[in-house]
Design a protein around this ligand. Structure first.
Ligand SMILES: Cc1cc2nc3c(=O)[nH]c(=O)nc-3n(C[C@H](O)[C@H](O)[C@H](O)COP(=O)(O)O)c2cc1C
Length: 332
């Protein structure tokens, strides 16, 4: 039987959650991952100040559909008063959890003092968290962090303790520092140090790409839940693999034909959920199509063709060609 963990009253299977990914993990992506058993999903990050001043994209980013639950809505911001106001607005969308982004390394976010810049000012980070916790009432607030600002300074345990004291219901830790961006390897010892420092649930994150690396993260860190980002690119079924592994069951990955069917279903879902005309919505589907074709003979050429797709019919045709190419190779 799969174990469950409890984040402020929200029960989550101890398998693997989908990480927040702006520009990637939109509603269609989250629904695909939930369908394959992602334990929890998180929205793309939303600016706290942005939603307080304008609600142009708020509904699109914050809406939680029943099939996505349990779902967290993620906010970023560095001013406690704006965080509190933003939480108040987000609560209208009834998220299961509110998550605060204190790990994002991108200059646009860090430049405002938010994201991983808060790892340089732990007292302020705690105030932002506390303001969110107070505004959120009975809805749990979690925080996502990295190891620290620089690789030489692991502030994650100390920061996590401060966040726990500020009322955070869980902390998610990516085992890289801000200055590493996505280079090098994510360090599981950072996650373990956080686990040793706090009593709230710890979510481990970084470089999990299959059941073996997921199991290793659980074993090496003692974390309560694993979170997967890039390892799910073109592979929403990774969550099925992990759920099977955690339950001690065998797992057979989808065949190429099944993968192409999953890709086409993902694209159809994107087109259905998008308010844009097909051609524009297909622009957003291109990178996903390319990811589904990774790792096969002739992938590079096909990925290039994915970046030219402008209709669903073209995607269907390309999938057919891709299958034919792989089958002709198999017959050699
Ligand atoms: C394209 C992309 C977008 C991301 N957007 C967010 C985000 O909105 N909020 C956040 O906390 N982390 C974001 N991240 C970081 C991921 O959630 C995750 O911490 C990181 O990718 C490491 O996990 P992985 O090795 O499993 O991908 C993003 C990462 C990527 C690659």
């Amino acid at each position: 039987m799969t174990a469950t963990i409890d984040i402020g009253g929200v029960k989550i299977p101890r398998t693997a959650a989908l990480a927040p990914m702006a520009g990637v993990a939109d509603r269609a992506y989250r629904l695909m991952c939930r369908e394959y058993g992602a334990a929890m999903v998180t929205s793309e990050m939303v600016s706290a100040k942005g939603i307080v001043y304008s609600d142009r994209k708020t509904a699109e980013l914050c809406t939680v559909t029943p099939e996505e639950r349990p779902m967290a809505v993620q906010l970023f911001g560095s001013e406690p008063e704006f965080m509190a106001k933003a939480v108040d607005i987000v609560l209208r969308y009834e998220p299961d959890i509110i998550d605060i982004n204190m790990g994002c390394p991108v200059p646009k976010v860090v430049g405002t003092g938010a994201g991983s810049a808060l790892m340089k000012d732990i007292p302020l980070a705690a105030m932002v968290c506390e303001a969110a916790v107070k505004a959120a009432g009975s809805i749990p607030v979690t925080v996502k962090i990295r190891s620290g600002w620089s690789k030489d300074e692991n502030v994650a345990p100390q920061m996590s303790k401060a966040l726990e004291n500020a009322g955070a219901a869980a902390v998610a830790v990516h085992g890289r520092s801000r200055d590493q961006f996505y280079s090098g390897e994510s360090d599981n010892s950072v996650i373990k140090a956080v686990k040793d420092a706090v009593s709230i649930p710890v979510i481990g994150n970084g470089d999990v790409t299959d059941f073996a690396s997921c199991e290793r993260m659980y074993r090496e860190t003692g974390c309560d839940l694993v979170m997967i980002g890039r390892g799910s690119y073109g592979r929403p079924f990774i969550f099925e693999e992990i759920a099977a592994g955690m339950a001690g069951d065998d797992y057979t990955p989808p065949t190429l034909e099944e993968k192409m069917e999953i890709m086409l279903r993902h694209i159809r879902l994107m087109l259905t959920l998008s308010e844009k005309p097909e051609e524009l919505a297909m622009h957003e589907a291109r990178k996903h199509a390319a990811w589904y074709m990774n790792g096969y003979y002739g992938s590079a050429k096909f990925r290039g063709r994915c970046y030219q797709l402008s209709s669903y019919a073209e995607a269907e045709e390309l999938a057919g060609e891709f299958i034919a190419l792989q089958n002709s190779r198999a017959e050699l």
